[in-house]
Design a binder for this molecule. Sequence first.
Ligand SMILES: Cc1cc2nc3c(=O)[nH]c(=O)nc-3n(C[C@H](O)[C@H](O)[C@H](O)COP(=O)(O)OP(=O)(O)OC[C@H]3O[C@@H](n4cnc5c(N)ncnc54)[C@H](O)[C@@H]3O)c2cc1C
Ligand code: SF4
Length: 309
Amino acid sequence: MKVYAAWNPSAVQRQGSASGGVATMLARAVLEAGGVYFGTRWDEQMRPVVAWTETDVAPFMGSRYVQSRFDAAVREQLERFLAEGRTVLFVGTPCQVAALQALREHPHLICADLICHGTTPASYLEQELAFLAPGASLTDVHFREGPLFQMSLWEKERCVHRRPAARSPYLHAYLSGLSLREACYRCPYARPQRVGDITLGDFIGYPQPGVSFVMTHTPKGEEWLKRCGAECEERSFDERAAYRPGLLEPTAPSALRPAFLKNMERMPFPQAVRKTLRGYFGGLPFRQAWKWLHHQAYLVKCVIKGQSQ
Ligand SMILES: Cc1cc2nc3c(=O)[nH]c(=O)nc-3n(C[C@H](O)[C@H](O)[C@H](O)COP(=O)(O)OP(=O)(O)OC[C@H]3O[C@@H](n4cnc5c(N)ncnc54)[C@H](O)[C@@H]3O)c2cc1C
Ligand code: SF4
């Protein structure tokens, strides 16, 4: 196993990617070699699905914090491409990669598994979008903008809704471990022994943002990482291991999870999540005012210190 900090040296090409853009660079390299790329994108109804492309990688960029559907028909198509001798790159959550275990040794299949915090059921996101933008013809949803976690809803080039994680019930519930699928809290893939040829994640703890954490597990994984042209710096596993969820253990459920599940029995997701988080969001103006006061006190202290020197 080798560990790298890696990124796309072109800031323009990196834009729209979740972290260092390595997944998209691998995809481009495979397409240039006449191969096929399988990843997650939105379908026409804004549902997250596993799909493939032989040309355009843009719809697959960025992380969607929701479970994507991996249909048997898509998997059969993947097998057909392999049978035709085409190179296939599959990027997905470890449980999706594990579903391809029977093809694992196929010389033309390259699997990249993502370090995975967990996924929410697709129905939660569907209900939340209908709640936030009723009647809108959404064409995209982002959960991150660069290193910032924020949820934004798009109708083509027009942003119709944008909230940072601290003010987005959907994103806050996802990140705090309130709304994941039950299986994610017991995820057997959240460990250093991975299922793919290559593992991709955020290099949490790296001095700059926008850098991917990459592990290669097989000669195939190492070969395609070198081939894709990513800027690579060899690092140690322990640097990234300080942040454990997804890499050393599954995400822990929030202490509010039992209350959330109870609320879910009585009402739809948007109402249930808001009711559960009422204490948190209700206290938000107070917490923000407290932070502001704290910051002002810090500035005054700096000025006094400067004057006394
Ligand atoms: C649900 C989820 C949870 C994650 N949790 C963590 C985490 O806790 N810690 C961490 O370090 N990294 C996590 N990641 C990985 C991280 O967000 C980036 O996806 C990864 O670093 C690759 O970044 P990139 O810039 O190379 O990808 P890009 O070039 O932006 O490409 C994104 C890739 O992610 C795939 N993808 C997007 N959404 C999904 C989805 N819902 N299901 C399956 N595949 C998807 C796309 O198909 C594409 O191949 C998570 C990703 C997802 C999708
Ligand atoms: S946490 Fe595990 S079970 Fe949940 S989506 Fe990620 S890989 Fe799959």
